[in-house]
Design a protein around this ligand. Structure first.
Ligand SMILES: [Ca+2]
Length: 98
């Protein structure tokens, strides 16, 4: 598997939807510009989030407004960002650290 681990941002902080989007893009393994449940699961695992599979499923459900199974576009990314802040019990400033 070609998936690599990244340190997402120089300061390791994600405070805006744009930074969140840039961080998410690091996990877009197939490069299609959309985040699948599997890709989100990798992203959450990199943060040592517990129950990454379950939370990735919840995150895609919460964010996927048009129900195509992927998180894409400004609106859906913003919804996922809101979900991450609300539900993941991960301080958003920890995003980007491995
Ligand atoms: Ca979608």
């Amino acid at each position: 598997m070609a998936f690599k681990r990244y340190r997402a941002l120089p300061q390791g902080e994600v405070t805006t939807a744009e930074e969140f989007r840039a961080w998410l893009a690091l996990f877009d393994a197939d490069g299609d510009g959309r985040i699948s449940r599997e890709e989100l699961q990798h992203a959450l695992r990199s943060l040592n989030v517990w129950f990454a599979w379950w939370k990735a499923r919840g995150g895609v459900r919460a964010a996927d407004a048009n129900r195509d199974g992927r998180v894409d576009g400004d609106d859906e990314v913003a919804r996922l960002f809101a979900f991450a802040q609300r539900q993941l019990h991960v301080k958003i400033t920890q995003l980007g650290f491995n």
